[in-house]
Design a protein around this ligand. Structure first.
Ligand code: NIG
Ligand code: FE
Length: 435
């Protein structure tokens, strides 16, 4: 009995294959297979090509996920930057921002990250798992099949381990893949007696070995900016983390300079934010292998400028796009909408925008098994109910996928009340999936 399954036909299949990792992209570089199909076995892609030819080639020795009506297929979206494991709400911060207060001002007056830390410390693991699962499910419904998730809202050893354990547990249950990152270096918590360097030293001594021991995360993030950590403090911390074998990521140049130089010097996987980046740092990035990640959701949440995506691409940089979904600066959590808005303001081609949430996002996470529809890659795919791939960004995020495949298993919009197998529906009224 063959286990091969043919998915299709797609009016257009956008593979995202054969694109350079760095620099600007033209839409003519997009590989589009008309009347496309994808053959899948054990969760991986075996072949892509013309649907009818694939069907004949296997002379019926496969099952078919037959698509009714017009659909454009592409790789599942990858969100390379989120903070979706938190408790509480920061609607109060937002209303203060609407009234003209800045993000750093609100942080200094008792709101900001510290407020979420109090609420997240007080929440149980079960409560956190439930809100994380709900947000991850929303992302899957919107076509995101891999989600990076940061800790960073407990800021002590016991709490950060709690968050990373919650992320691990949710990952075991959910259909989407959650990629955990330790962001214990978000800010120095207000109850820590000592300097920021003392706090980071404590993280190195207490928390990082525990993360290693439990196998909770391979990635370490730090927020380098005014009100968080300085470049000097970060350098010491990151060097130690690197020596312990962690991959490095940096929140940098959101408000002030510093993060990009550290990222390039220490060979970070990515440097994220960059709303305040200057020409000199753009040149540094272009000469490095560090992937810049734009977070348009934070610009929309704070009402500030976008990262200069066009300039970065024109300088020869790569560019991934993440949602930064978090309770403070980026509460929206709609990656496609944010990508479409960044694209129209920054004049990014469809190829550049879509690469930023597929293959280039995969590279930012160091994942070389997804983000392209190609032999050997994971069968993580989404389908939009249209016949022209240009419709995807044209609707500015209001067009949602009507189906998603995670490792070849289908999730369809509109089916409800199914609590068991992922093949039967992608959104359940009780909000839980099983693998
Ligand atoms: O990426 N910039 C630092 N951290 C988050 C915000 C977290 C929060 O406000 O809760 C960000 O924007
Ligand atoms: Fe962030």
């Amino acid at each position: 009995m063959t286990k091969n399954k043919l998915i299709g036909p797609f009016v257009q299949l956008l593979t995202m294959d054969k694109l350079p990792l760095k620099g600007g992209l033209k839409d003519s570089q997009l590989e589009i297979i008309p009347n496309g199909g994808v053959v899948v076995c054990d969760g991986k892609i075996v072949r892509t090509g013309n649907f009818d030819q694939l069907y004949s080639a296997y002379s019926g020795r496969l099952t078919v996920d037959h698509i009714e009506g017009a659909m454009v297929g592409m790789p599942g979206m990858i969100d390379s930057h989120t903070h979706i494991c938190w408790a509480g709400s920061r609607a109060n911060d937002y209303s203060q921002r609407l009234a003209g207060k800045s993000y750093p001002e609100i942080t200094q007056s008792g709101g900001g990250i510290g407020d979420t830390v109090s609420k997240t410390r007080a929440a149980t693991s079960d409560e956190l798992e439930a809100v994380l699962a709900e947000r991850a499910t929303t992302h899957l419904k919107n076509g995101v099949t891999t989600i990076e998730v940061k800790s960073g809202y407990c800021l002590n050893t016991i709490g950060e381990v709690k968050l990373l354990e919650v992320i691990r547990k949710a990952n075991q249950k959910l259909a989407v893949d959650l990629i955990p990152t330790c962001l214990a270096a978000h800010i120095k918590p207000s109850d820590f007696q000592g300097s920021p360097s003392d706090y980071l030293a404590r993280v190195v001594i207490e928390l990082l070995p525990e993360i290693k021991h439990r196998g909770l995360s391979k990635r370490i993030d730090i927020f380098i900016d005014k009100g968080a950590f300085t470049s000097e403090e970060a350098r010491v911390y990151l060097k130690q983390a690197k020596q312990m074998g962690f991959e490095l990521v940096i929140h940098g140049e959101q408000f002030t300079a510093g993060g990009v130089a550290v990222a390039c010097e220490l060979g970070a996987a990515s440097v994220d934010h960059l709303e305040a980046i200057k020409d000199q740092e753009i040149q540094l990035l272009a000469a490095s292998n560090v992937i810049p990640v734009a977070l348009p959701g934070a610009s929309l949440g704070l009402g500030c400028q976008f990262a200069p995506a066009r300039k970065l691409l024109d300088a020869g940089c790569s560019l991934a796009i993440g949602s930064d979904w978090n309770p403070g600066s980026a509460p929206m959590g709609d990656l496609l909408l944010q990508t479409a808005i960044l694209g129209i303001f920054e004049k990014m081609t469809s190829a550049e925008s879509l690469a930023g949430i597929t293959i280039r996002a995969a590279m930012a996470l160091g994942l070389n098994d997804r983000g392209i529809l190609k032999k050997g890659f994971l069968a993580d795919m989404i389908g939009f109910p249209v016949s022209d791939s240009r419709e995807i960004l044209y609707h500015q995020g209001s067009l949602k996928p009507s189906a998603a495949w995670k490792r070849g298993a289908i999730f369809k919009a509109g089916e409800k009340g199914i609590t068991g197998k992922q093949e039967k529906g992608w959104y359940f009224e009780n909000g839980s999936f099983s693998r």
